[in-house]
Design a protein around this ligand. Sequence first.
Ligand SMILES: [Zn+2]
Length: 65
Amino acid sequence: MADAIWKEFELYCPVCDHTFKQLIVLHKVPKDYNLDKILADSIERHDHKAYQDWKAKEGQPKQAE
Ligand SMILES: [Zn+2]
């Protein structure tokens, strides 16, 4: 009954122009939670800097030849 309920959402960060997966622990959120708000917060908390660094290092789009 008290199982952890994880749900994976695919979110889009407009700052990074990047879609990422975010696990949300649904049983931890308040009863009257607003999922949209949580998702929006998650996008806001996206670590843009870390992503940009990662992208600069190894996330270069592979050239399709
Ligand atoms: Zn971002």
